[in-house]
Design a protein around this ligand. Sequence first.
Ligand code: MN
Length: 359
Amino acid sequence: MPQIHAARRARAREMVRALGAGAVLVTARPNVRYLTGLASTNAALLLPADGAGLLATDSRYALAAQRDAPDLELLIERFIEGKLATEAARRGVTVLAFEAQEMTVERHAAMTRDAGVTTVPFGRKIEELRMVKDAEELELLATACRLSSQALADVLPQIRPGLSERTLASLLDYRMTELGADGVAFDTIVASGPNGAIPHHAPTDRPLRRGDLVTMDFGALYQGYHADMTRTVAVGEPAGWQRDVYELVAEAQRTGIEAVEPGAEAGAVDAAAREVIEAAGHAEHFQHGLGHGVGLEIHEAPMLGYGRTGKLADRVPVTVEPGVYLPGKGGVRIEDVLVVTAGGGARILTSTTRELLVL
Ligand SMILES: [Mn+2]
C-alpha cells in the first residue's frame, strides 16, 4: 500500500502548490490515514509543496507508523502540532496551510505560539480527494457491506416478540465482529413500534411486539471503511398502513437509486426520491437528507440532500436512505450503500433484500 499513499500525497502536494502555501499540516485523522496508512488518535502529517512528508505521532504508535508508513520520515513526539509547525518554519516554510475544519482555536494557538509561520486554511481538499475511491478502497467497503448483510441474515431468525431493542442491537454488533469486522461503523439503531418515528433512536429495553415495524440501522467497520445499511422488518403480519408506508419508501428508494449516475447533481438525486414521498402527502414525514458518501468516515462527501450542489462521479460510494416517520405510530427507512459506475447503473454493495420481511 505505500505506493498508493505516495500517489495520494503527490496529488495533495499539487493542491498545496495551487494554494501558494509552503506546506500543509494535515491533522484530520481520516486524512492522515488516507495519506500515510497510519491509523492513530494522535498523528499529523507535514506535507511540503515540494519534497517528502514528515509524519509525527507519539510513542504509542511508533511501531505502527514504521510498519504502515515505512517510506515517510518519522517524528516521535507527544505534542505533535506545535513541533511540526516549528519544523516547517525551520525548513523554510513561511505560509503553512492547515485544516481549519477540525482545528480548535485552542490547538491553533498552541500550534503557532513558537512556530513563526503564517497559517492559512487549506479547506476540505483532502476530503474532496477522498470522494472518488480507488479499487482497493472499494474492495474494503464491499467487504464491510458484505459482513453487515451477512450479520443481518444470521440474526433475522432471532427476531421475535419479547426480544428488546437493546439485545437485538447487541446481537447485530456481536455477529458483525464475529464475522470479521473490526468493530461497528457507528452506534447501531434499533427502533421498534412507535420508536421507529425517531430516525436516530437509541435502543432501549422496549421488547418487540407483534404488529411492530422494527428499523435496524447498522454497519460493519472493516480496515477503516464504514458500511451503513438500514432495513425495516415487520414482526407478525403488518397492518395495511404499515405495508403502504413500506411500499412508498421502497419506491422512493428505487427512484433514488436510479438517479445515482455519473454527472448527476447531488440535489437532484435527493429531489427525485423526495418527490415520490411528497406526492404521497408525506413531505413533512421525511425531513433528513437522502444520503451521504461513505469511506474512512461514516458520513463524508458528497452529501445527497435538499439543495446540495456537486456532481456524482465514477467510483463514488453513497448511501440512499429515504424514510417516512409518523409520530406516535412508527416509521420505515431503507438504506443501501451503492457505488456510482461509469457505465451508469449503480452497483449496490449491501445485498439484503429490499422486500418487506415479515418475521
Ligand atoms: Mn446512513
